[in-house]
Design a protein around this ligand. Sequence first.
Ligand SMILES: *Cc1c(COP(=O)(O)O)cnc(C)c1O
Length: 244
Amino acid sequence: MSSDPPLSSQTPQAALVASNYRRAVDSVHDALERCGRPQDSVRIIGVTKYVDASLTRLLVAAGCRQLGESRPQSLWQKATELADLTGLEWHMIGHLQRNKVARTLPLIGWMHSLDSLRLAETLDAEAIKQGKRLRVLVEVNVTSESSKTGLSAGQVEPVIERLISCAGLEVSGLMAMSTAGVELAEARREFEAVRELRDALQLRLGTAVNLGELSMGMSDDYPAGIAAGATMIRLGSLLWTGLI
Ligand SMILES: *Cc1c(COP(=O)(O)O)cnc(C)c1O
């Protein structure tokens, strides 16, 4: 990991981004330690949807190289403006319309929010065309909120079975959101249901697939995600405290 710039050369804004990020990293490490998990077992994805490319650049300078966007146009714009930075990896974490796949695919390493077979087929065809293998997570909705995106638990297995045969896609796990506004204990129960679903699928599908990744947790509920076994958390507002 490259070293942080000396504090004295930073603008107040850069110092604030850096201290927010460092505080988040420390807090994630504490949460991991509390459940006896190794420090490097969770990837922090810095969600940049609230800010412009210049604040995003400050987050990268603070050490965050995994970035997430929920809208394709914002991802295109930031990825273009930050194209001079090396070692960045973009995660698409929101709904992706099929007519935006071709332009988004070259920019991203991960697609977290795969929620339909039609989208999977478009992504697969385009990935093959672009000579790329995209890592995808299937978004599952284990809550009873019908307004939420994601497949129901019962819909996940047939989709994953189909994904296994997609040469352009590497299905890598599940992504989920907890019910908005619930207590951490309830968020944890929901995330544990996602992990149990993953464990059951992994057992049934065996070596045909590696569902090692669980993208679970945002600013308000990441400790619940970590306790339930998340390997990726998607942090937005926590990183931008005092800046937005
Ligand atoms: C906005 C967003 C996040 C980050 O949410 P915060 O609560 O601001 O941390 C995470 N995941 C998805 C899918 C999002 O849209």
